[in-house]
Design a protein around this ligand. Sequence first.
Ligand code: SF4
Ligand code: SF4
Length: 422
Amino acid sequence: MNTTAFSPQVPAGPGSHRLLRSRRRARHRPSATQQAGGGAGPASPPAATSLIPETLEELESDSELQLLHARIQQEGQAALTREEQRRRQRSLEALGVQPFGAVLQGAGVSPLVRRPTTVLQLNIGLYCNQACRHCHVESSPMRTEMMSHEVAERCVQLMEEAAASNDSGSRLTVDLTGGAPELTPQFRYLVTEARRLGHEVIDRCNLTVLLEPGQEDLVGFLAEHSVRVVASMPCYSAANVDKQRGGGVFTRSIAGLQALNAAGYGVPGSGLLLDLVYNPGGVFLAPPQAQLEPVYKQELLEQFGIVFNSLLCLNNMPIKRWADHLVKEGKLEEYMQLLVDSFNPAAAEGIMCRDTISVGWDGRLYDCDFNQQLELGLPKASLRTVFDLKSLQELTGQRIAVDSHCFGCTAGAGSSCQGATE
Ligand code: SF4
Ligand code: SF4
């Protein structure tokens, strides 16, 4: 991404008028009442038609994704995941690189064991109204996997047990992700219960979901429960965002951000946190957060009147759709080389799997969301699902499952769901 030259395009289509209106407002800072988080209260996002038909149309015309879906049908997801793993491994062997665990050991990084769990990350479903090119969970409107109420209830019991304990994990961060987590039936139940128990809740929001029919009250619901919104926004340029996330996504994302701001999100003093997530649009690493955040803040404020709290910079993990794309472009080895050459021991100390447990839509346990997508479970065979756990404390001291993809977390300033790890 070019972070210095900014020339957003106004996409043609039904949403364009909204973007133009927002540009006319662009030079105005939030009002004093908005700054204090008071005034009009949570506002609904502008009414809009669903993005899903456009996403499905794009999926149908995308030969790369069509081919992938056909292969999943014929060979099964597990076979493709194994092949992907072998490819990464071969790339590292060609580069003469030792396994990830050995590299960490050689660099004097702390052993790969779990510390007390403070983050409970729940992937509550793979259904999404978008189908982004870099999506490591391969979500789309065609995915139907969603968490059952039984599994969600068990997760709430684990939250209850944590809240009742006096250890460092008594106040968890419950990190809700997907797919588009808001479009799954268990989302509001999990938010309500986690907040009742005093845990922090993160909604990993793709922004366009705020404009989906039926979600008109979503911004108000999030604000009412003081949910921290962490929203994908890989660039402040329409062309770059739409290229990575689908046609029309940028316009809708801007409208979603404006609706969040109107409810007080990202506004100083409101207590409603709005963080944005950047990931690279090509074969390069995320720039330092401290460098990119002021540029984002200035561009979004000047162009659209948008404010937010922090920018989290993530690297693209060499798995799933991004790995397929790299293979197609003949750039997998180049990317693995970049990750390995950029290995940073300080970033490796902060890898998120040390204090995060990731739960799949079916209740299975993983050290992180990436391992979940690769079906790389916890090393301890008796800990398969949330029903095998008496409490999250049981996880402390357990070994972490790592593999070749882990170099994505330790490159540059490091990369995790909370941004840089250094
Ligand atoms: S919005 Fe998120 S979950 Fe949905 S397709 Fe894009 S990256 Fe995947
Ligand atoms: S991919 Fe997962 S297991 Fe590997 S280093 Fe990153 S967070 Fe840890």
